[in-house]
Design a protein around this ligand. Structure first.
Ligand code: FAD
Length: 395
């Protein structure tokens, strides 16, 4: 029999996170746009992170020897949802993108020296990181084979040249993980990941990209690599393992995005339900009208389906099974559900929903990108459909 119960230690943890969000994180939302570049001022974040550590709510995914909570991917589903009830929750608790995905990647593949230099400070919340893969056209975007940034050998060094954008966290990052082409075959082993401190000569932060929503902490950087010179000790994993490492990072990272955004969508549903229970129109509360009831029912149903999909994906990952198809389905479903739930919540709250008196407008703007990053919905649908076609071609 499939067991859907949440183990009581995890349930207790979720209760504590809810309380921590009420006491520490949600009050911080008033300061979320205070800094024109980074939104939440770094000093405020540092104080809140110390409070998270003191409460034993720091870094759910990292093991205890790195200062984390050592939770498995199935255990973090309700934990990340609880943290994700505020856009600031994951940032305060050390489980926000892109650091959380980068921690996962470094934990799996960093050398002993790279663990000391990059993983340990990142896990301790003493450093920030960015993941630099996407390039402006004609470089890599949805299609990984279009990678243009190159790393050429010169003596015992690598020389990196290229142009990236949408490197999230770039304004705060202490180091970058850079994807570059190390051979011209275009094959599966033609890319390599490199680690580089942000202040290395040859790294030019061109700008923090202005965008819908935000400002987001750490921004989203456009970066040029102008003859960036790195040694062999900068290679993460093996030369030529870049695509495999990106898959190892992106799979779970897609799922953790789904978990965090489900938290925001759930909070939006609660805000809409409270308004529908109290606001009156045409002789009854809004909740007395079927049109409103159906919006609430559809949102709750879609969120529930998303949670079950996440549980299934996490179980596939934890038991070492291929989760690619289910992850794509889950990412499309949750990204589109979150957008619909926020849209309905705004509709139910009317003018109040559009106003900045509620957080719904801010969330609605920020959630739009979720249908694009970590694979646009169309690309995931393409991946799913290709597998279906292949299966029935064989049959
Ligand atoms: C807020 C945000 C944060 C990000 N953070 C990072 C980061 O930290 N590091 C990083 O490297 N990148 C990051 N990205 C980049 C992100 O991963 C890319 O935007 C995404 O992979 C899509 O690439 P693209 O923007 O080049 O879109 P394009 O490849 O130009 O595609 C544009 C659109 O075309 C459509 N499309 C593409 N392929 C197909 C197809 N096969 N069939 C039908 N339609 C298709 C999709 O609708 C897609 O949205 C971030 C992006 C955003 C918006």
């Amino acid at each position: 029999m499939v067991d859907f119960s949440i183990p009581s230690p995890i349930q207790n943890l979720v209760t504590r996170i809810h309380q921590f969000l009420e006491d520490v994180v949600i009050p911080l939302e008033a300061h979320a746009d205070e800094d024109p570049q980074d939104g939440l001022p770094l000093e405020r974040l540092k104080i809140a992170r110390e409070q998270a550590k003191a409460a034993g709510l720091w870094c759910p995914t990292m093991p205890a020897d790195l200062g984390g909570m050592g939770l498995s991917i199935t255990e973090i589903i309700p934990v990340f949802e609880a943290a994700g009830r505020s856009l600031l929750g994951p940032l305060v608790m050390g489980c926000a993108a892109p650091d959380e995905g980068n921690l996962h990647l470094l934990h799996l593949f960093a050398s002993a020296e790279q663990r000391e230099r990059y993983l340990k400070p990142l896990a301790a919340g003493e450093a920030f990181s960015a993941f630099s893969m996407t390039e402006p056209a004609p470089g890599v975007g949805s299609d990984p084979s279009m990678l243009r940034t190159t790393a050429h050998r010169d003596g015992n060094q690598w020389v990196i040249n290229g142009h990236k954008w949408w490197s999230t966290n770039a304004t705060q990052a202490d180091f970058l993980i850079i994807m570059a082409r190390t051979d011209d075959s275009g094959g599966k082993s033609s890319a390599t990941l490199f680690l580089a401190p942000m202040d290395t000569p040859g790294i030019e932060l061109v700008r923090n990209i202005p965008h819908l929503g935000g400002p987001d902490f750490g921004g989203h950087g456009e970066i040029r690599f102008n003859g960036l010179r790195l040694g062999d000790d900068a290679v993460l994993g093996d030369v030529g393992s870049g695509f495999a490492l990106v898959q190892a990072r992106l799979g779970p990272a897609r799922l953790t995005h789904c978990m965090r955004w489900t938290g925001i969508a759930q909070r939006a549903l609660e805000i809409a339900a409270r308004y529908a229970n109290t606001r009156e129109a045409f002789g009854t509360t809004l909740g007395g009208h079927q049109a409103i009831q159906w919006m609430l029912a559809d949102s709750a149903t879609e969120l529930h389906a998303g949670r079950l999909m996440m549980q299934h994906c996490a179980w596939l990952i934890e038991t070492g099974k291929d989760a690619k198809q289910e992850m794509s389905m889950c990412k499309v479903h949750v990204a589109e559900t979150v957008n619909r739930v926020l849209d309905r919540a705004i509709q139910i709250c009317g003018g109040l929903g559009i106003s900045r008196d509620l957080p719904l407008a801010r969330w609605y703007e920020s959630a739009r990108a979720f249908r694009i990053y970590d694979g646009a919905s169309e690309v995931h649908r393409m991946v799913v459909a290709r597998r279906i076609l292949k299966t029935y071609r064989k049959a």
